[in-house]
Design a protein around this ligand. Structure first.
Ligand SMILES: Cc1cc2nc3c(=O)[nH]c(=O)nc-3n(C[C@H](O)[C@H](O)[C@H](O)COP(=O)(O)OP(=O)(O)OC[C@H]3O[C@@H](n4cnc5c(N)ncnc54)[C@H](O)[C@@H]3O)c2cc1C
Length: 410
């Protein structure tokens, strides 16, 4: 079977769905291909900072989420090696939310036939015209071929599209993380604050999602804690029993085992983003496919939302200027402009996240010195402001004659 589409997005994660919403807002239909049978909410929850909320504003989605989640005004970092407890003040809009709720809020903005589940991209080729790829032939596992004028890889850390573009290989940070939900049917009683616990090699924390549920995580050096959920929970408890406070252990004991997941913490080196080929003709990447990062500033999802708005803006402007048409040559220019706008920002967020994590976890004397004397006093606020205080801009308002596509509902 062969299908023709204007824009194909590979992956219905945060980046893929948000990009499809951004394109819809500027009048461009995109088909999202997702290999799973439904939306995947691996990781259970995530924290979004002001830059992410501005992007969600631009996408017209934030109003659905803001009433559901209370902001966390501050956090407490306990260094269990020194006993020091440091207060960290957050900007106004820092909220932790269920991933599923975010994905559903994005997906429900799209027409039902614009997400195709059980559709794994296995290969694609560019059909070159005049030196640059102006068409992509996308091959799915079920034998379907889709020809598309624009192809956007939002297929996550192990992106097929990023590999095709020749982007730098991922680097393993040497750390991994377990994440999950804790459920207290009678209420957990914690304030709406983020709690972190650090020692020389491990980091753990939790934050309320609502009165009954908390999101918790554990991240350790080179830990291999994958496997059955019970084993992950047992391993975390064993690692933490001696050093982290009983309130953290109690949260882990209340884990909803079905929510647990383990992930090695990988990133693309910033120079691979600065010097890498982030697009070729009408093919590009967004989200983790472009800039996988360690989660130390909790911003991979936020940066993915920024990508979506910026890509939507550049494609939208080209579409509008061409009278509601996708003109391949102009689209290549729009994608190039997107890459120019995102390259340095993405590299900076990856670097800031890495540095923050490097200073928090490690047993070398200079890391201990930085963590114990300087990190939260001087650097953390500065690094997090660099990442959190950023506005990716708006989407263009569209109106083709009497038809205002921005308000058109499918
Ligand atoms: C431990 C940890 C904690 C984190 N905490 C935060 C946080 O607090 N805040 C935050 O903003 N970010 C956080 N992140 C980062 C965030 O999870 C990611 O940056 C974000 O999920 C990236 O979204 P994405 O859509 O690019 O990729 P993904 O969420 O990985 O989505 C990719 C999608 O593509 C699909 N796919 C892959 N290959 C194919 C294929 N060949 N064909 C079809 N479909 C395919 C997948 O099934 C998936 O649905 C954290 C990450 C980790 C590991």
């Amino acid at each position: 079977m062969e299908i023709m589409e204007d824009v194909v997005i590979v992956g219905a994660g945060i980046a893929g769905l948000a990009t499809a919403v951004a394109l819809k807002r500027v009048g461009v239909r995109a088909l999202v291909l997702e290999r799973s049978e439904g939306l995947r909410a691996t990781g259970t929850a995530l924290t979004l900072s002001p830059n992410a909320w501005l992007a969600l504003d631009a996408l017209g989605v934030s109003h659905k989420l803001i009433p559901l989640y209370t902001p966390s005004p501050k956090g407490y970092v306990t260094n269990v090696s020194t006993g020091e407890v440091r207060e960290v003040l957050y900007p106004r809009q820092v909220r932790t939310l269920h991933r599923k709720v975010l994905l559903e809020a994005l997906a429900e903005e799209l027409a039902t036939d614009s997400i195709r589940f059980s559709s794994r991209l296995v290969a694609f080729q560019s059909l070159e015209q005049g030196g640059d790829a102006s068409m992509a032939a996308v091959h799915l596992e079920d034998g379907t071929t889709i020809k598309s004028k624009v192809l956007i890889g939002c297929d996550g850390v192990h992106s097929v599209v990023a590999r095709w573009l020749g982007l730098a290989e991922l680097v393993h940070s040497g750390r991994s993380a377990v994440r999950g939900l804790a459920v207290f049917p009678q209420g957990h009683g914690f304030k709406q604050e983020v709690r972190f616990f650090l020692d020389e090699s491990d980091k753990a924390g939790f934050v309320p999602l609502n009165d009954r549920e908390l999101y918790w995580f554990f991240s350790g050096q080179g830990e291999k804690m994958s496997g059955e959920a019970e084993k992950m929970q047992r391993d975390v408890l064993e690692k933490c029993t001696e050093k982290f406070p009983s309130e953290y252990l109690d949260v882990v004991r209340h884990a909803d085992l079905s929510s647990l997941s383990w992930a090695p913490l990988m990133f693309r080196p910033p120079w691979g983003i600065i010097f890498g080929k982030l697009s070729k003709g009408n093919v590009t990447v967004a989200g983790d496919a472009m800039h996988p990062m360690t989660p130390d500033l909790g911003n991979g999802g936020g940066a993915s939302l920024e990508d979506a708005v910026v890509l939507g803006r550049h494609i939208g402007n080209s579409f509008i200027n061409n009278g509601a048409l996708i003109v391949p040559g102009d689209m290549a220019k729009a994608i190039d402009d997107y890459v120019k706008e995102r390259r340095w920002r993405a590299a900076m967020v990856v670097t800031a996240s890495y540095l923050s994590g490097r200073m928090q976890q490690g047993d070398k004397w200079w890391i201990k010195f930085l963590r114990d004397r300087a990190l939260y006093k001087y650097f953390f606020g500065w690094l997090s402001r660099l990442v959190f205080v950023y506005d990716c801009g708006r989407l263009p308002a569209i109106s083709f004659g009497a038809m205002d596509l921005s308000s058109k509902k499918d």
